[in-house]
Design a protein. Sequence first.
Length: 466
Amino acid sequence: MLISFLIFFTLFSGVGVVSYFWKKDTVDDYFLAGRTVPAWLVALSFGATISSGATFIGFAGLAYHSGIIAVISTAALVVGDHVGWILAGNKVRNRSQEIGAHTYPSLIGKLSGDNHKIVTLITALLTVVFLGVYCAAQLVAGAKIGVALFDWDFNAFILLGAGILLAYCWAGGIRASIWTDTVQAIMIFASLLILVVVGIDKIGGLPAMWHTLSEIDPALTNPFKDGVWAIAVGWFCFGVGILGQPQLMVRHMVTRSEGDLLRARRIYLIWRWSVLALACLSGMVARILIPAGEGFDPELSIPALWEDLLPPVLVGVLIAGLFSATMSTADSLLLSASSALTQHIIPAWHNSYARARLGTILIMVLIVGIALFADKGVLSLVVFAWGGMASAIVPLVIVKLFGAKPSQKLSIMMMVSGLATAVLWRFGLELNSTLMDLIPGMAVGFTLFGLSRLMRAVYFPCFNQK
């Protein structure tokens, strides 16, 4: 198992290194691949970037613990994804080309026609902090798999993943990320499909699985539990939160044409529905075949099932795909945070290809530090990072996409108040288990914008001054 893991993981990672031979030594190519990426690559890269560790580790664990509620959560999530794509439309791609934006923070600062440099800087700072946490979660996911299956040292796996990730991002930039993402998206689907088919066959079919889950705990098959609507709304908003994720929206920016972007959305949604359904089924199969017990981590249900159901050689191949799949999100996060650092936070490094690559190293050092010392719950890390970005950025992006032109002062107030509300909700009031923190965070941003429009129209016509 270990030998096949090492061989195939090397092959998967090698795809990114090979992209070195197609690169150009420019900032535009390093961060945007020359804006020439076809639809199918954009779709699968988007899918692998948004899924990876959270799909294999987080959502399977959620299904293991919560049963049918995980299905409701993921369905709401994908509907939110779709709404986010529709809202972005071609505006993100076209506007980024018009203004020559290399990064999503730059685009946000200029989206409504003005050049709000402080908005761009705040977005860049948030990108470095939250995407650093998000990227660390992917390294944690890979390390948890390594510890469970090979009994390797957790910290050693963190460093191994970081080293490989840095190697191919250094070699090919976002092109390397997109190429490896595509291979990993195929592996994510194939590995989950194999697991579900073998697992359900062993249980005796879908009806037998449902009946057994009900016997284990009736709550696992009860879709009407208290709080289910809050859960669904939370995950829907989480899906719309793609508009606040630079590592995802940059995929819109690299697409070669408007038609390709529409095709990419359709391919992505088919892939996303399929993968999340398989991840939920995997978690439910694991709940039956690997009963909950003291010391068992539900987030390791998928690798544990592989080890129980499949031959060691095949397990090694699938684990290699899973470990590299966590990298498919991590590489995008790394490059987005690196671009924010080198293009906006350190002005002297702007438009320098050499310093853009140096920034990638600096961000990786930050990420490794977070991964080694942060809480080890993968899904909780992802939700925290995603929610923070969404609370600060999504309301501002949406109002700008609909044609509004908030002043820089108002934009900053929306971002700061949204983020502050989300942080207070999670860490001060500790209500995030009742309602995701990004919901009140985003709501405050929209409310502040609405109140400003009302005040400007009724009481203070001069309020619109910048």
